[in-house]
Design a protein around this ligand. Sequence first.
Ligand code: DX5
Ligand code: ZN
Length: 216
Amino acid sequence: MNILSPSLLSVNFNNIEADAKVLDASGVKWYHLDVMDGHFVKNISFGPPVIECIRKITDSFFDVHLMVKEPIRYIDTFRKVGADLITVHYEACENLDETLEAIRKSGAKIGLAINPDTPANAVKDYIEKVDMILVMSVYPGFGGQKFMPIALEKIKDIRNWANEQGKDLLVEVDGGINLDNVTTVIEAGANVIVAGSAVFKDDIAYNVKAFMDKMS
Ligand code: DX5
Ligand code: ZN
């Protein structure tokens, strides 16, 4: 089963409660929440208090993408405000094993992300330890960028390695996904699809349905 995880970075925050209702009524089960610290990436988005507010308006699964340096400092905080899955960046952690262990201890599911310049084999040995690998298909920091095809080979490699291990791994792809390329990333092996601008531009319910039709 493929999962659509709309990135709330592109939501109109003035209208978030109504838009969340539309997402939920359209069958969306996951929300992708992009946290940016202005250090690991050149942008600042939102943090725990905002996620805590969104937690009150939906029962969706919260897929929290931490684009934060040394995220180990904040794992418990994000868990407390409602994160169901916490993804940290391979490039952002001095001690990755300790960071993943902190996520496990918090009770959240464990995600590990790689940037476009990081090879897939950097995370090969972590496949058995995590629930999800996130392959970035843009340089993280901003919505609305163009999909980088370099992600496709990485998705294929990671899916093959997981299959070899008999591991039912979630492979998420994030950045520049739209109705024209979603089939290609799924064929490569991704099963969690993040889309921001392509979901929140114009008619949300229409966009979600179009994605779900292509993803089923
Ligand atoms: C980028 C974020 C993405 C972003 C995706 O750093 O991690 O989740 O919101 O937005 P689109 O789908 O517009 O590329
Ligand atoms: Zn993201």
